[in-house]
Design a binder for this molecule. Sequence first.
Ligand code: C2E
Ligand code: MG
Ligand code: MG
Ligand code: MG
Length: 282
Amino acid sequence: YLSKENGKNNYQFYSVHNNRLARKIKLENGLRRAFEHQLFTLHYQPQINLENGQIVGMEALLRWQDPELGNVTPGEFIPVAEETGLIVPIGKWVLQTACEQYRRWREEGLPRIRMAVNISVRQFQDKQFIDLIARVLQETGMEPGDLELEITESIMQNMKESLAILTELKRIGVKISIDDFGTGYSSLSLLDKLPIDHIKIDRTFIAEIGMNANTEALVRTIIDMGRNLRFELIGEGIEREDQLEFLKHNNCTMGQGYHISRPLPTEDAADLLRLARPFVRA
Ligand code: C2E
Ligand code: MG
Ligand code: MG
Ligand code: MG
């Protein structure tokens, strides 16, 4: 009886495992196809100054609409792209496309903001990464300080190598943010040893504002400590007015989230910038 049950469980395990593997292979092949046939697009989500509501940046977010697989979310395909190494060419495309878009917006006379691009550790550690950044800046004539690279705390697992790469990036003059802060195992004081400009407070914390006093205290601590260490703070995933007010009241200077704006297709993002133009100093 026991062994029969065991056998059944094993079978279920392998079957779940195989389904997952099948999906992964599908995604992997899909990613290669999507890259070849240029099925990727970028959406842009505004980042605002919480004090005056002005747009200070746009975060480029990858979108994949596949004729066969439908709309696949980054949450599902980015890990596959990372595992397979496909994130390196895909990430290069993202960087080039976002910077190219920024150049067009500037040529149109739209305000100077920051273009934020997500960078996977795998890309960050790629031997050609620094050259790629330098080349993209040169090709687009973009001010280095207008480009912001969003990396996660996982770079802390290799402090020495990361410090060397970040030092090079700061020499070039780009801005660095730590994305999803609070979800990893790093501390603000450890981050202080790295040349980092912005800390993005993970949206799982923002989601609990107004619901969990402990989380609120934690968010206040991150903001206070961060400010003392001279980081600028961005609250991500702001979905309600009370969350925005809480962050503003507690001296978090920047924010991003559905309550402010969803990530937008290129033209809609451009329209927002056109509206903002008279109010923003270039
Ligand atoms: P992220 O960099 O933390 O980006 C923020 C994610 O939160 C985006 O999801 C955005 O659509 C979503 N978001 C923004 N505001 C809200 C809100 O108010 N509520 C909620 N619930 N969500 C909000 P998205 O676009 O699905 O991307 C998920 C993750 O995939 C990103 O998280 C990033 O880690 C990764 N990703 C996206 N594009 C790229 C890319 O071009 N390269 C790399 N390496 N990773 C990317
Ligand atoms: Mg990000
Ligand atoms: Mg994030
Ligand atoms: Mg994330």
